[in-house]
Ligand binder design. Structure first.
Ligand SMILES: Cc1cc2nc3c(=O)[nH]c(=O)nc-3n(C[C@H](O)[C@H](O)[C@H](O)COP(=O)(O)O)c2cc1C
Length: 357
């Protein structure tokens, strides 16, 4: 499985024998390869011809996501796993090819909140009428069509009979990929919403934090650990000092849960198993939202990952009387002889809660 940040499908739309489409797609993927590497993107060419999709033959409206045919389920999985698309399309009779319209019509939610860029080709119009046509349809599916497009005039790209777009086409293609990745990142919270669980505040939702949430987590923990620093009279607290890169690192090693509302990270917690114990930490709620039960809610979410564990463990500053009282109310007890002293010389209290009855 790829560890790249995003997976972008390059949809090759023409299916005719000896079509120009595959040559356009090869030029595009070769041109974009260095940028794709820098942007941490997997570019995956998908020829619509290889999908063997018949004309739409599903009984239910695609919005219901009930698919009776294997070809639809396969296509659904492919599109659902993508973060964005680049369509390589000819213009047929001033419109998009029927293959593209059909492939779009087969699915519903799988397309939603993902950016779509276009590389069109044709005669005088360079395929731009096909793009306009497609944009009208794709926006209905909640796809987000990009402003940048690559438009290739066939007469200018086939000077010696072989496909050779000019250098400025390559530059526009790179710009388009950069725009695609920027938009895909911004849209990520909307896409992930399906896997989220509703949070305790209206419109809020919780979902697993991923490494790309590093900047949000860094801001939240820096503002939340100021009180800890004051209470314990130290600035040597990792949560205050970690860089976004360091946060990104622990986000891969821990199971973090974020509570979000409209793109803002309201609270978080992290957990990971060690032997029979589940270690919980970095429980934080934005200062303006304290006293509404969000911390308790997040703690219970983290504790839910402890099935099969015999003990829950966490720690807090020895002088964090508010936190200590909170954890004790939630059933945690300070561990005997566990007030260890950190490198900074400031005390930390470890607390545990047994899960075995
Ligand atoms: C059915 C059909 C309709 C076409 N209509 C247009 C058109 O409206 N505008 C245009 O610029 N070229 C049009 N062309 C010419 C195509 O741009 C050209 O044949 C191109 O190579 C088609 O892409 P493909 O080879 O990947 O199928 C049409 C070609 C076909 C086969």
């Amino acid at each position: 499985m790829s560890t790249k940040w995003s997976r972008i499908l390059v949809l090759v739309c023409s299916t005719r024998p000896n079509a120009l489409g595959p040559a356009v797609a090869s030029w595009l993927t070769e041109t974009l390869a260095p940028s794709a590497h820098t942007l941490d993107v997997d570019l995956v060419p998908v020829s619509l011809a290889d999908l063997h999709l018949p004309f739409l033959d599903e009984e239910e409206h695609p919005a219901r996501g009930i698919y009776h045919h294997e070809h639809t389920r396969r296509w659904s999985k492919t599109v659902a796993a993508a973060d964005g698309f680049i369509v390589v399309s000819p213009e047929y009779n001033y419109g998009m090819p029927a293959t593209l319209k059909n492939a779009l019509d087969f699915l519903g939610a799988e397309w939603a909140w993902k950016p779509m860029g276009f590389v069109s080709y044709g005669n005088t119009s360079a395929g731009t009428r096909a793009v306009q046509h497609a944009k009208q349809v794709t926006s209905t599916l909640r796809l987000v069509p990009l402003g940048s497009t690559v438009a290739l005039r066939i007469s200018e790209t086939l000077p010696q009979g072989s496909f050779q777009p000019a250098a400025h086409h390559a530059r526009v293609a790179v710009d388009m990929l950069e725009e695609l990745v920027r938009v895909a990142k911004v849209l990520a919270p909307l896409r992930d919403h399906g896997q989220a669980i509703p949070g305790p505040l209206p419109g809020s939702y919780a979902q697993r934090l991923h490494p790309d949430d590093g900047p949000h987590v860094t801001v939240l923990q820096r503002c939340c650990w100021v009180e800890e620093a004051v209470a314990n009279n130290t600035l040597q607290l990792p949560a205050l000092r970690e860089s976004p890169a360091e946060v990104r690192e622990w986000l891969t090693a821990w199971h973090g849960t974020g509570l979000w509302h409209a793109g803002r990270l309201l609270g978080m917690v992290r957990a990971r198993r060690q032997g029979n114990a589940l270690h919980i930490g970095r429980l934080a709620v934005a200062p303006d939202l304290r006293g509404r039960g969000l911390g308790r809610w997040l703690l219970h979410i983290a504790e839910g990952q402890g099935s099969g564990c015999s003990r829950l463990m966490l720690s807090t500053g020895a002088a964090s009387s508010h936190n200590l009282a909170f954890y004790q109310r939630q059933g945690y007890v300070p561990l005997a002889h566990a007030a260890d002293v950190s490198a900074s010389g400031k005390g930390e209290v470890r607390l545990g809660k047994d899960l075995t009855a």
